[in-house]
Design a protein around this ligand. Sequence first.
Ligand code: ZN
Ligand code: MN
Length: 265
Amino acid sequence: MVQMAELDWMTYQSRVNTKGCLIFLPVGALEQHGPHMSMNPDVLIPQAIADAVTDRLDNAMVAPPIAYGYKSQQQSGGGNHMPGTTSLDGHTLSCTIRDIIRELVRHGVRRIVLMNGHYENSMFIVEGVDLAIRDSHHNGVEDLNIMILSYWDFVGDDTIKRLYPEGFTGWDLEHGGVMETSLMMHLYPDLVDISKIIDHEPAEFPPYDMFPVDPSLTPASGTLSSAKNATPEKGEILMKVCVTGITDAVRKKFSSIPIISDPAR
Ligand code: ZN
Ligand code: MN
């Protein structure tokens, strides 16, 4: 895969000037994921997927990921009161995304995929992209196209049935659970210690949030469902499903968008 940051600027520029050049920007978080895992799966997983997708495309690069994300929410990430979890204000995240896109556009990039790995980031990514598109229109750039995706949305019902024979609790409660742990066991086994997995029932929350949060609603482990059934084989399946699905979507969607700019602009 081609890492943008590892290129010299002239090689980068000539790649950007090649027809249809596309850049992936992984957006993650620094967030506790239970006692059995490092705090960076939300950035490592989308980065690994972006790397693998890039390998399957003709002229794509991966930009350095955003390693911090929006505040962990209790019902989807254990909560922002947890030690280690280090978050940005939503406005900061949106503005960071807007700034990075503005710079890529200045270089001549017109095709960008934002690869989200942290549930709580979603709408702040949308906001950053919306502002960037608005800026680009004000600057006379009319051919900027940006795809936003969260990788787990490419895991279909068939795969869910196969990986969760005991029942699926939903993506929000997957925090530090079977999906993320399996992917990390497959991709970065050194960052997982399965002997420290705490087996517990899925977290139960009322259908509302109270602020300040009541920390006692978060399971003591920090995870929202048990990772007991995680395996590297499941991680490999998840990786394959996400990489294939995302590659197909990116190829299909962007090939239907005409390239109207002169690449030598
Ligand atoms: Zn996570
Ligand atoms: Mn997260």
